[in-house]
Design a protein around this ligand. Structure first.
Ligand SMILES: NC(=O)c1ccc[n+]([C@@H]2O[C@H](COP(=O)([O-])OP(=O)(O)OC[C@H]3O[C@@H](n4cnc5c(N)ncnc54)[C@H](O)[C@@H]3O)[C@@H](O)[C@H]2O)c1
Length: 312
């Protein structure tokens, strides 16, 4: 049985995973760097795909007549056409619980970086400029978490150590775990109005696209700091640029962008914006675990042992 791998991170820190799959009888084809035309040829007799951020559309799925499963090496499946997968009878799975701590760590890192201008101070001192920065406190402030899944809850746990009041919003019912982690459910409007820090942790879909736009920036405190480690499409970047340029909010930290790599340099270069290149999930520990989980998703599906972590 043939597995196509398009994710450059798959097996990056545990390369033995390729040998293991091959010794179990699987043919593993690495399509890295990704080339859509080659994919259309290779997928004809493929049984599974382990995908990173590459777009998986209906043409690919319909061409892969034997395809049983597409597994995301990660959590966000917005690059995979889930409706098309349903039509083609292909299971789509992901690797929940493998990179949530890595992302929650980076969300906190961005929060501290924006609040204390750490990247700017670092660059200036290396250019022999000894400047004074008047930062904002994180300790004891109010944090609003949008999306209380694995990552959102992880951010809340970290916030406890910073003695923060945590407001949370999610479409699901509140859980006992949230109560134990000090998360206080509020409406989305209350969250935007009351939080000093706002961190986004919802998937990108038709309901969440541009969920932070003009209306939401108008609700936020002038001193608010917005963090997005989820997906770029959650924020209307033109409105973000306006809000940052006009000091409608204090600052922002972004790991993700509408277009990646971003070309919107007039936004990227703003002083009150700290940016990282969609790297939140990439710690050695998280990537190893994500690879193991993705391989196991495929093994189970191809051995008919039941599909795990299916999202469609
Ligand atoms: N930057 C990165 O490298 C990186 C890595 C992993 C995940 N992510 C992103 O982070 C997102 C969250 O990951 P997770 O592991 O916490 O996922 P998760 O599925 O555990 O949690 C998502 C939460 O969002 C909630 N939700 C969904 N739609 C909502 C809406 N309209 N309003 C409010 N809440 C809503 C869900 O109920 C759920 O609790 C992923 O979808 C992915 O896009 C980014």
């Amino acid at each position: 049985m043939k597995i196509i791998v398009t994710s450059p991170s798959f097996g990056k820190f545990n390369p033995d995973i390729y040998d293991e799959l091959q010794s179990e009888g699987y043919e593993v084809v690495k399509l890295i760097p990704y080339d859509r035309q080659v994919m259309l040829q290779e997928v004809v007799d493929a049984d599974a795909i382990i995908v990173g951020l590459e777009t998986m559309d209906e043409e690919i799925m319909a061409t892969g007549k034997q395809l049983k499963i597409i597994t995301k090496h990660g959590v966000g499946v917005d690059n995979i056409d889930l409706d098309a997968a349903m039509r083609c009878g292909i299971a789509v799975s992901n690797t929940p619980g493998t990179n949530n701590d890595a992302v929650a760590d980076l969300a906190f890192g961005l929060m501290l970086s924006v609040a204390r201008s750490i990247p700017d101070a670092n660059s200036n001192l290396k250019e022999e400029k000894w400047l004074r920065y008047d930062g904002n406190s994180v300790w004891g402030k109010t944090l609003g978490i949008v999306g209380l899944g694995a990552i959102g809850k992880g951010v809340a746990k970290r916030a406890k150590g910073f003695s923060m009041d945590v407001l949370g919003y999610d479409i699901t019912e509140p859980t006992q775990e949230e109560v134990e982690n000090g998360i206080n459910r509020v409406s989305l409007v209350e969250l935007f109005q009351q939080a000093d820090y706002i961190s986004l942790h919802v998937p990108l879909n038709k309901f969440t696209k541009h969920m932070v736009g003009k209306e939401q920036f108008d609700m936020m405190k002038d001193s608010a700091i917005l963090i997005n480690t989820a997906r770029g499409g959650l924020i209307d970047e033109e409105e973000l640029k306006y809000a940052l340029l006009n000091n409608r909010i204090k600052g922002c930290g972004l790991d993700v962008f509408d277009e990646e790599p971003p070309t919107n340099y007039d936004l990227l270069k703003l002083d009150n914006l700290v940016v990282t290149p969609h790297m939140a999930a990439y710690t050695i520990e998280a990537v190893q675990l994500t690879s193991e989980t993705a391989a196991n998703n495929v093994r189970k599906a191809l051995k008919n042992e039941g599909e795990v972590n299916v999202v469609n």
